[in-house]
Ligand binder design. Structure first.
Ligand code: ATP
Length: 303
């Protein structure tokens, strides 16, 4: 299957700033990539390269098999949906007018606007001016705009900023549906909790460089962070081999073991007397992110 997005050693240099120092990326149809990194890491630059808004200073960018900056790629832009960070609209227009304006640009029928506004929970506010909208309502309108025309590639920069927890969940469900229908999604976010169950792969950037890439499982293997096991129960009699790894935790004990030892240790624990319950915590996306960013910072300091 051809790649929807392909970056080969893509670089971007602004006056004196190496925003992207050679990034490789392949995205297949229906994949959902999480793009993470601190402020200034190069996330927006990557998105702008994919959108064809800026030209790479070096390397190659291909979207639907074409250089997105070429005039011949214009046709493909209709298949793109984009939600930018800090979205803003013309305040005097109503939500429906704003969406109809974008629908015209994209060649999408007007009836889709009503459907999309209802989908993002703005049906009742559709005829109110944007200046009366709350931050979350503006973000919802931004989402409706990005979803116009059933895009094949969706680029979302901080899509859940300003959304309440229910709206955030609704948003991720909608994205999961689009993914099921074959839409490819790139999602940039600083809000990591909640994202991990939706993404297929994460790409962590630091100062324009790739720091880590892979599924959650692959990142766990790469990071080799310990797995935490919380044991509940009074008078837990751990075998000597596990005692060194145990600390007190509430009424019970906490064990930190290497990922590779997880199953053997669990088997051992099932036979330990006094354990009434056992909780397993695998490293979260946040833990992994901190690990890879921290490693990078240590490397930078030692140079
Ligand atoms: P954030 O999380 O803050 O949005 P980001 O990861 O999206 O950050 P980018 O916006 O891609 O980061 O910026 C990467 C680097 O490129 C930063 O050092 C930034 O200052 C620089 N940069 C971005 N746009 C320009 C520009 N138009 N001119 C000069 N430098 C720029």
């Amino acid at each position: 299957m051809t790649n929807i997005v392909e970056l080969n050693n893509a670089q971007k240099r602004y006056q004196g700033v190496d925003a992207l120092k050679g990034l490789d990326l392949e995205l297949k149809q229906g994949e959902l990539l999480g793009l993470f990194g601190h402020n200034g890491a190069g996330k927006t630059t990557t998105i702008k390269l994919i959108l064809g808004l800026i030209k790479a200073s070096g390397g190659e960018v291909r979207v639907f098999g074409e250089d997105p900056t070429l005039a011949s790629a214009r046709r493909q832009r209709r298949q793109l949906g984009f939600l930018q960070e800090n979205v803003s609209f013309y305040e005097q227009l109503t939500g429906l007018e704003v969406l109809r304006y974008f629908a015209n640009l994209k060649g999408v029928t007007r009836s889709e606007c009503d459907r999309l506004l209802a989908q993002v929970g703005l049906a009742d506010a559709a005829r109110r001016r944007v200046k009366t909208y709350s931050k979350g309502m503006r973000q919802r309108l931004g989402l409706a705009q990005a979803l116009l025309g059933e895009p094949k590639l969706l680029l979302l920069d901080e899509p859940t900023v300003g959304l309440d927890p229910i709206a955030t969940q609704d948003f991720y469900h909608r994205i999961a549906q689009l993914k099921e229908q074959g839409c490819t999604v790139v999602l940039c976010s600083h809000v990591l909790p909640g994202v991990e169950k939706y993404i297929d792969r994460a790409l962590i950037l630091g100062q324009g460089q790739l720091l880590a890439e892979g599924s959650l499982e692959q990142l766990r293997q790469q990071a080799r962070l310990p797995v935490t096991l919380n044991l509940q129960g009074s008078d837990i009699r751990l075998p000597e081999s596990l005692q060194r790894q145990a600390t007190r935790h509430g009424d019970g004990l906490r064990l930190q073991v290497a990922l590779a030892d997880k199953m053997p240790v669990m088997r051992q624990l099932l036979a330990v007397s006094g354990v009434s319950d056992l909780e397993l915590h695998l490293p979260s996306l946040e833990d992994l992110y901190s690990h890879f960013i921290g490693n990078h910072q240590l490397q930078e300091e030692s140079q």
